[in-house]
Design a protein around this ligand. Structure first.
Ligand code: FPP
Length: 241
């Protein structure tokens, strides 16, 4: 582990947009699925690294709402990969005290993927070493619209005064209200976009973009991102005194 990493100043919550599996495969003249499979290994390494560093929260953008528009074969392959990941990793995740959660429109997942996911979530529910949140069929706008719908219903039912709608109430209605806002967002493969990820939660998050493609994002690449974060000055809109 790099000696430049300050153990006392780690981000509490790291969120990652895992991008570049397709390009990684293309460069090797292989099908896209080959890149996703390699991406699964990177998921494993990043989770292990977060656990070793004692970072408490890690959120991974595994499948966006927009990803449903990909060719059927690729969507099916990604769903199968998720199931394979759950089957092969469950034991280790449970042993290591890692809790797995999920955010997104989970009802859209195939029944078998949903069942395996629910099972893993239940089996790890009492763990607290590291909370890994998988964003699946996730869209930041959809999450915000869902909160708006719940607020509108409460107002319509006469249970809520519009004057009482504030940020605290809004946050309490997000998919995972207890998840602290990310301190650091990492995006791989060089794209300078948020891509509908955690739109509410990223308000003051430090952004780090690397050209490394997701399957190549290893322990050292993760540590490099954290070192970059540690060299930032976070002001949250104020002036440091
Ligand atoms: C982006 O690469 C990646 C995805 C759409 C899927 C992410 C999936 C994994 C990392 C593997 C499985 C994950 C779990 C949790 C089991 P891309 O296909 O958009 O790459 P490209 O932009 O180069 O085409």
């Amino acid at each position: 582990m790099s000696h430049l990493l300050a153990q006392e100043d780690l981000p509490r919550h790291v969120a990652i947009i895992m991008d570049g599996n397709g390009r990684w495969a293309e460069r090797r003249h292989k099908p896209r699925l080959f890149g996703h499979e390699a991406g699964m290994k990177a998921v494993r390494e990043v989770i292990e690294t977060a656990a070793d560093l004692q970072i408490p929260y890690l959120t991974l953008y595994a499948f966006s709402q927009e990803n449903w528009k990909r060719p059927r074969a690729e969507v099916d392959a990604l769903m199968k990969l998720l199931q394979r990941y759950i089957r092969s990793e469950s034991k280790k995740l449970i042993e290591k005290g890692i809790r797995v959660c999920a955010i997104g429109e989970l009802d859209r997942l195939s029944p078998s993927s949903r069942a395996e996911l629910d099972n893993l979530i239940a089996q790890t529910a009492d763990n607290d070493q590291l909370i890994v949140t998988l964003a699946l069929s996730y869209g930041g706008r959809a999450e915000i619209v869902e909160v708006a719908r719940q607020i509108a219903k409460r107002v319509a039912d006469g249970d809520l005064d519009p004057d009482d709608v504030d940020e605290t109430l809004f946050k309490s209605l997000l998919y995972k209200p207890d998840l602290p806002d990310p301190d650091l967002l990492i995006r791989t493969s060089g794209e300078l976009r948020i891509s509908n990820f955690l739109l509410w939660q990223l308000a003051y998050t430090e952004l780090y973009v690397t050209d490394v493609l997701w399957p190549d994002f290893d322990r050292q690449a993760f540590v490099d991102a954290i070192i970059a974060f540690q060299n930032r000055e976070r002001r949250f809109g104020t002036v440091l005194t």
